[in-house]
Design a protein around this ligand. Sequence first.
Ligand code: SF4
Ligand code: SF4
Length: 84
Amino acid sequence: MKNKDDKERIDEATLLKKCICRKCESFSDCGEVGGYCLPTISGSRCITDEKECLCFKCAVHKDQKFRFKFYCTKNSEEQQSEMG
Ligand code: SF4
Ligand code: SF4
């Protein structure tokens, strides 16, 4: 069964292929794969410095009509929108 809200949900593998976090100045390599905007990943355990955020340049961000950024430090799109 497909659970469709107003938009298609992207699956994790597809998203990770498009994620550009690794190119970001804020990215810190501690073995993570990015995808911090996803509710299943939601934030980084090691990134703390918000130097820049490339999310607005990311295809996923555009396709999913996301509104937020700094998912590594502030958690997933879903969590940030729940906070208002
Ligand atoms: S929106 Fe940001 S966190 Fe999400 S896939 Fe794109 S670059 Fe990665
Ligand atoms: S979520 Fe934004 S700030 Fe964090 S690593 Fe990805 S592009 Fe950079």
